[in-house]
Design a protein around this ligand. Sequence first.
Ligand SMILES: Nc1nc2c(ncn2[C@@H]2O[C@H](COP(=O)(O)OP(=O)(O)OP(=O)(O)O)[C@@H](O)[C@H]2O)c(=O)[nH]1
Ligand SMILES: C=C(OP(=O)(O)O)C(=O)O
Length: 227
Amino acid sequence: MSQVHALIAVKDLARAKSRLAPRFAQGDRERLVLAMLTDTVTAARSVPRVASVTVVTPDPVVADTALTAGAEVYPEPALRLPYADIERLNEALTHAAEHVRLRHGGVDLLALQADLPALQGRELAAAIGAAPRGRRSYVVDHRGTGTSALLLRDPVGQLAPRFGRESAMRHRETGAVALPGEWPGLRLDVDTADDLELAVALGVGAATSGVLDEIGWVRACAGESSC
Ligand SMILES: Nc1nc2c(ncn2[C@@H]2O[C@H](COP(=O)(O)OP(=O)(O)OP(=O)(O)O)[C@@H](O)[C@H]2O)c(=O)[nH]1
Ligand SMILES: C=C(OP(=O)(O)O)C(=O)O
């Protein structure tokens, strides 16, 4: 069974998860970003077919957290685009992919979102197992428009990430195939407080759960059976 090398991009903490600002103070939001990254890295590292996890980031605190969780770190190189541009994410991932292949040769690659606190290792293992050889494939997020993971199982192909708005469509239009599979944790990227509610209901990892307890976050719908 061939292995994949995973890449995770995280921007600087001061700008991360701005859509959580209505519910979380800046410091709490930063802790939550780090905790979700820790749970994502931990779940990815639990998968035997994941040979390495590399976090690409310009932020030293994110880098420390990644190292503590057992990931490698690729410091974000000077990028062409301004910080506000989401395409910077694709540029960062492309550089990280080149870095990993310089180190390991023509390996298979997986670009994974950093905000998957309910990710289960078995879901990721199943997605890797389902990814066809010789091409790119992707996992559509829980909203149906984004991408939670992009896979490349082709030693000479390019990852060509197209994350950002409508990324599922952009990955499809650039030849990638959507992977079917019941993987709720893998599909649940957390961008809003509503997403976090869903993730907590599904079951988040220890780091995220610990931070939510410490900051006293209470689910808006706690106790309601419809949540
Ligand atoms: N290394 C790197 N990662 C990035 C960059 N831009 C975005 N990302 C990461 O890519 C993922 C998706 O980015 P966004 O949706 O723009 O940001 P977010 O922090 O998830 O949420 P919002 O601020 O609410 O948009 C997140 O893990 C980001 O940290 C970048 O310029 N460099
Ligand atoms: C970047 C993406 O997602 P989000 O903005 O939801 O983090 C994406 O789905 O490509």
